[in-house]
Write a protein that binds this ligand. Structure first.
Ligand code: UP6
Length: 275
């Protein structure tokens, strides 16, 4: 599956958010998702305006915004249209079905209303997917399950990862793929499942060109390692792009362009089978 182009894979997907993401990647020639974790709405929106042209997906944690009000979302949606990217609220839902339903649809953030893609920890079992799907499917949304994490000492491995993939297989209309560090097609598959027929999107955090990690357990790999060696589809880059100065817009723009180029050339190497 990893040798096929994003455009070809878009034709085989059934979930509207997965189709839209793959088509956007093919059209804009980018597999870059920028993660914008800044506390001020003004910086948040300025960074998104700067990196939008280079991104297929913008990843948010809206609960980080200290001055949040719903107008930020309206401006985010305008930027999504202006620059042609999808929105991924990295909410990491992890509660019982009834609670996640309320958290996803309502509260201050109303995530389901505007976020094309969101994610969940598989730890509660299938009910977390069932709850989120009851809200997200009618709105044509997609869900990623956290099958692995980028942090040192993560507990998301082995049988847990396999169970996450199994949970995704049982909810293929809504679960479009994983937050993971490698391809998951065929992982822990019961007899009869052909890994060539599976096509989960693999969206991968922990990407950086300059650093190997941070002081709090984050671990970074390069776009080449992530896309070519591990067969992942989208690179998530946060501080590698906005660094420690959210106001340095020119620098942020040039870093986004650099990551876009690195990610795309790694993808071209991969589909041409040259690496
Ligand atoms: N993230 C990870 N690792 C995971 C899952 N999610 O880093 O396994 C998220 C973080 C952060 C972003 O919540 O928003 O990806 C990574 O940011 P960074 O590039 O600045 O380290």
């Amino acid at each position: 599956m990893h040798l096929k182009s994003y455009g070809e894979r878009a034709k085989q997907q059934t979930n509207p958010a997965a189709i839209q993401l793959l088509q956007t990647m093919e059209r804009k020639k980018t597999n870059l998702c920028v993660s914008v974790d800044t506390p001020k709405s003004e910086d948040f929106l300025a960074i998104i305006d700067a990196v939008g042209p280079y991104s297929c997906l913008i990843k948010t944690h809206v609960d980080i915004l200290e001055d949040f009000d719903y107008s930020v979302i309206e401006r985010l949606e305008e930027l999504s249209k202006k620059h042609d990217f999808l929105i991924f609220e990295d909410r990491k839902f992890a509660d019982i079905g009834n609670t996640v339903t309320l958290q996803y649809a309502g509260g201050v953030h109303k995530i389901a209303k505007w976020s094309h893609i969101t994610n969940a920890h598989p730890v509660p079992g299938p009910s977390v997917v069932q709850g989120l799907a009851s809200v997200g499917l009618p709105l044509r949304r997609g869900l990623l399950l956290l099958a692995e994490m980028s942090t040192k000492g993560t507990l998301a491995n082995g049988a847990y990862t396999e169970a996450a993939v199994q949970m995704a297989r049982q909810n293929r209309d809504f679960v479009i793929g994983f937050i993971a560090q490698r391809r998951m097609d065929g992982v822990g598959a019961p007899p009869g499942v052909d890994s060539d027929d599976e096509d989960f999107l693999i969206i991968t955090p922990g990407v950086g060109l300059e650093q190997k990690g941070d002081k709090m357990g984050q671990q970074y790999r390069t776009p080449q390692q992530v896309i070519v060696e591990s067969g992942c589809d989208v690179i998530i880059v946060g501080r590698g792009i906005y660094g420690d100065n959210p106001k340095a817009v020119d620098l942020i723009t040039s870093r986004a362009e650099r990551y876009m180029k690195e990610g795309w050339s790694a993808y071209l190497d991969r589909i041409s089978g040259s690496s």
